[in-house]
Design a protein around this ligand. Sequence first.
Ligand SMILES: [Zn+2]
Length: 82
Amino acid sequence: MRGRDRFLEWTLRADPKLGLRHVGKCLICWESCVDTPFAEKARDWCLKHVGVTGHTGFQLSAFEFFDAILTDHPSVNDTPPT
Ligand SMILES: [Zn+2]
C-alpha cells in the first residue's frame, strides 16, 4: 500500500545515546561552543569567552535529537509491521 493511500501515524523518539545537549552562545558575536551533554561545560565556555573578548551577553540552549518512526514499527510496540 502506498503512503498516500492510508494515514500513517508517526511518533518521535529521542536518541538515548546522545541525550540532552547544551550549547552556550555569545549574543554579541554569535560565536558558540561545541554542544555538550553538560550544561556546566557550556557555561564554562561562556566564562572563558568573557575573559577573551569582554562580551557579556550569552544564551544557553538545550536540545535533543529525535528520530521519527512509524508507530507500527516493531521497535515501538514489539509487534511485526502490518
Ligand atoms: Zn562574543
